[in-house]
Design a protein around this ligand. Structure first.
Ligand code: ARG
Length: 465
């Protein structure tokens, strides 16, 4: 029998039960639902809304139910619709009349909001941990490569030389922002909605603050209508997930490119690569490609929920049940991708020689040649013109700037001296760029140190949250 069957004369059509039911995906809220119900029942007992004995009986049986679910001995029913009513029905089956008192002063609408917030909070913390592991891996690899020269690109054309450490630390910054976004979003997740009832609160003297504290929330929601119909925090998480995937996909794209024969900057480990069923020579970067591909579904979930919520009237509407599959799928996907990406990164072999060789060609030092003339007194725009001509000359004769004789330099400008070779060497180009944020080895080492301190700090705060 349904928990709400009183005003109905007919049974629900089987296909409606099937259509309406969310138990096949919201079962995973069982722990949060039970924990929330225990706090609610305790509070009802403390407030004298039910007796302390009744609260005890409810709580011990909910705890037993939790054990039974975890041991796999419970089958949830589609007819009971969702995880909330499944658990309540199971409790009533076990303890009868007293079990029927659990839902006093509560609605499924504030209950589902509570459970989803607890789930989201836990998952956010897991993603923060996974991001930290990735960040530590980036710091470690960057530390080893502060003097590994490589070309930096714009338009995917060689631009100016940088180091691998500087490149990796660019990703550190992206993931740092992702972590900050999640931490900020967590503040809005961590608000307790119970006591909002179906939409208009309740007449029982509930102690909302006590429940909030019991469940580790930092505050209670301030408007009952909003509390049961707010899915902003889920959309925010989906946004955070999308941004993480966007960053991962950019990183993956670069690794895919770098592992080509044309680039040859990186060799992926056999354990993170796959072969071809027909071409014996192939070693494919499937992991990186799949992460790049999964970015699409994570974006899709964000757009799906934004669209579900568009123009929905207050307060709860069943449409909102569509939030969970999107949320679960994005969280699962991001967690899997972060884990496998960190594994892939930690097994990469960078071909330092190849990277350096590449940085030496393609006129990545042309800006420095122009800056050299500026330091000798030429206005920058004129220096740009001179070096442009010099580059064109080199292209025609298949040379690099550093291959030219001093006399050839002088044909383009009398300002060139012997020190031009030092000025356009890879070491100078990189290590003289030592403004904060630049690629110079000493600057990047400083950035790595700062990054590590920041990360240690975030993690220790997380542990106490
Ligand atoms: N399974 C529902 C959901 O996920 C729970 C809330 C249902 N409330 C209701 N009045 N039908 O949204």
């Amino acid at each position: 029998m349904k928990l709400w069957s009183g005003r109905f004369e007919k049974k629900t059509a089987a296909e409606v039960d099937d259509f309406n039911s969310s138990i096949h995906f919201d079962w995973r809220l069982y722990r949060h639902d039970i924990r929330g119900s225990i706090a609610h029942a305790r509070m009802l007992g403390r407030q004298g809304i039910i007796s302390e004995e009744e609260a005890d009986l409810i709580c011990t049986n909910l705890e037993q139910l939790l054990k039974d679910i975890e041991s796999g001995s419970i089958n949830f029913s589609t007819e009971a619709e969702d995880i909330h009513m499944n658990i309540e029905s199971l409790l009533i089956e076990r303890i009868g009349q007293t079990g029927k008192k659990l839902h006093t002063g509560r609605s499924r609408n504030d209950q589902v909001a509570l459970d989803t917030r607890m789930y989201a909070r836990e998952e956010t913390d897991q993603i923060l941990q996974l991001l930290s592991a990735l960040q530590y891996e980036l710091l470690k690899t960057a530390e080893d490569n502060a003097e590994t020269f490589m070309p930096g690109y714009t338009h995917l054309q060689k631009a100016q030389p940088i180091t691998l450490a500087h490149h990796l630390m660019a990703y550190f910054e992206m993931f740092r922002r992702d972590m900050e976004r999640l931490l900020d979003c967590r503040k809005r997740i961590n608000i307790m909605p119970l006591g909002s009832g179906a939409l208009a609160g309740t007449t029982y003297p509930l102690d909302r603050e006590w429940v909030a504290e019991e469940l580790g929330f930092s505050d209670i929601t301030r408007n009952s209508l909003d509390a049961v119909s707010d899915r902003d925090y889920i959309i925010e998480i989906l946004g955070c997930c999308s941004m993480i995937m966007m960053h991962l996909s950019r990183f993956c794209e670069e690794l895919i490119l770098w592992s080509t024969d044309e680039f040859g900057f990186v060799i992926m480990d056999d354990s993170y690569s796959t072969g071809s069923s027909i071409m014996p020579q192939k070693k494919n970067p499937d992991v990186a490609e799949l992460i790049r591909g999964k970015t699409g579904r994570v974006y899709g979930n964000l757009i799906a929920l934004l669209t579900v919520m568009k123009a929905l009237p207050l307060a709860y509407n069943k449409d909102m049940q569509e939030d969970k599959e999107a949320l679960f799928d994005s969280l699962d996907t991001v967690k899997k991708c972060l884990k496998v990406f960190t594994g892939m990164l930690s097994t990469l072999k960078f071909s330092r020689k190849q990277m350096k060789q590449s940085a030496l060609s393609g006129f990545a030092n042309a800006t420095d040649a122009a800056d050299y003339l500026v330091k000798k007194g030429l206005p920058f725009r004129s220096a740009h013109e001179v070096i442009g001509k010099l580059v064109l000359h080199c292209i025609k004769h298949n040379l690099s700037l550093q291959d030219l004789e001093l006399s050839q330099f002088k044909e383009f400008s009398p300002l060139f001296e012997e020190d031009i070779y030092h000025a356009i060497s890879l070491e100078t180009c990189v290590n003289e760029r030592k403004l904060p944020g630049g690629p110079a080895a000493e600057t990047v080492k400083q950035a790595i140190k700062e990054g590590r301190t920041w990360l240690d700090n975030v993690l220790s705060n997380l542990a106490t949250a």
